[in-house]
Design a binder for this molecule. Structure first.
Ligand SMILES: [Zn+2]
Ligand SMILES: [Zn+2]
Length: 97
């Protein structure tokens, strides 16, 4: 917060953009971004960050980060090998029955 006396009335505030770090001037003391583009950029980034979460790969057991809720495997390779293993297990089950 800028205390009264440190800022002259009618003069713009010197602020630092929270997105690009650039110094900019604003007539409002509570402005966070230098432009609307920085505001949109920052919010988009925050949103994708919050959507990302750690998961454990169902094939190799390694943790991986994904923003998709339905992702079960760390990679295409693990996804494919899990599918092959499932198909193989199903086939061997059919043989014994
Ligand atoms: Zn900016
Ligand atoms: Zn994996």
């Amino acid at each position: 917060m800028i205390k009264a006396g440190e800022h002259k009335v009618g003069e713009p505030f010197r602020l630092t953009c929270k997105n690009c770090g650039k110094t900019f001037e604003s007539i409002r003391s509570n402005t966070i971004f230098c432009c609307s583009k920085c505001c949109a950029d920052f919010n988009r980034h925050e949103k994708t960050k919050s959507r990302e979460h750690e998961r454990i790969c169902l094939n190799c057991g390694q943790t991986f980060v994904t923003s998709r809720a339905d992702k079960k495997y760390c990679s295409e390779i693990c996804r494919n090998s899990a599918h092959i293993a499932r198909r193989r297990a199903k086939r061997s089950k059919e043989k014994t029955e």
